[in-house]
Design a binder for this molecule. Sequence first.
Ligand code: FES
Ligand code: FE2
Length: 384
Amino acid sequence: MFVHQQHLRHLLRPDQYYSAEQHQAELRHLLHPAWHPVAIKADLAKPGDFLTLQLLDTPLLLRNMDGELTAFLNVCPHRHSKLTDQARGSSPKLKCQYHGWEFDRDGRTGKIPDARAFRPWDRENSCLRKFRVDTCGEVVFVCLSDETPALRDWAAPFWELWNEGFGGDYEFSAAWEIDFSCNWKVILENSLESYHIPQVHPKTFKVFPEETNAWHELNPRFSSFRTIPPSEVAIRIQNWIIRRLGGRITHEYWHRVLHPHLTFSTMDSTRLIQCVLPTSPTTCRYRSMLFTLRGSRRNPLAYALYRFLKMTATFVAKKVVNEDGVIYEGVQRGLEASPHPGVIGTREERIFVFQEYVRNACKGPKALTVLEDHQVPDVANPVH
Ligand code: FES
Ligand SMILES: [Fe+2]
C-alpha cells in the first residue's frame, strides 16, 4: 500500500537538475559526505594491486599496501603529476610515474631519486593525501570526508542486508559503469518508482504491480519498495534453481534507496547495489555491482546452475539498466525547457521523500531557501 492517498508536490524545480549552483551544493552537502562503493575486494587481492578512478572531483588511487586497502589522492606532492594513469595493475612499489618518488603505506616518501636536491626536506608537504576506506562484505567503499560516521554507522539501515548480500551465499557476478547525459537525480528518481514500467519495460516487467501488491516504507534517510512478482515461467524456473542451490525462497522483490545515491535491489537469486554520481550538472556515471546466489550446495549440478543463474541475472540486470537508459536524455532535455512545476503521484511517493532529503540537505543555495521560506505544503493542489 502507498503511504499517501493524494498526489504530492514536486519539491525540486527543473533548474535544480542543471544549475551549477545546485550541483555545487549537492557535491558539498550530499555527495562529499557519503560513502561510495568503488571496487570489489578481489580487484585488490594481492599486495601491490591497484586501480584508479575519478570519484566526484577527486582522482583516487586505491591500492593494496601490504594487505591493507588504502585510498590515496592520485596526485604527487612533488610537481602535481598523477601518480599513475593506468586504470589498474600491480606493482611492487607505489612510485610516481614522473620522477619516481616512492611512498610507503602511510603515504610518506620512501626512496627519492637524487634526494640531496631537496634539502632541507619539507616533511609536512611531501606526504600523499589519504582517504577513508572500509568494506562491507566483498564491496570496498571510500569516503572523501573525515567528518562522516564510520561506514557501518552511516549505512546502518541496510548494513546487515548488505553484509549478507555482498558475500556469503551470494557471489560477485559483474560490475559495470555507464555514463549518461542527464543529471544524477534523474536516474535516482527513475529507480524510485514503478510507474514507468509499462512504457519503458514493456517486455521485461510488462505492468506495474497493483497498489495492494506494492508496499512502501518512507523514511528521511531511506525508502523501500516491496512487491511479489507474478509467478511466471521465468520465476518458477528461478525458484527451482534456488531450491537446488540450497537458497531460501521468499518470492519477494525489494528495491531500497539509502539517500543520497545508493540503491539496493534484491530478489531471492540476486543482490544488486547501484550508485549514481554526477560528473557535471548534466552528466553522471551509473555504477552497478551484481551478486548472484551461490548457495550452500557444492556439487557439479549446483555449480552448473549457479553459472546459469549468474549469466542470466547479469544479462537481465544490464538489459533493464539499458531500457531505463533510453529515457534519461529526453527527461533531461525536458527539464531544461520545462515551464511546469511537476507533480508526483502516490505511486511515485518515494521520489517526494528523496527530494525532501535533497532540499533539506542542501542548505547552501538561495533557491532552496526560497522554497522553504514560502512553506510549500507537501500536498499540492489537485491537478485539473
Ligand atoms: S611529480 Fe611525482 S615524482 Fe615528480
Ligand atoms: Fe526502470
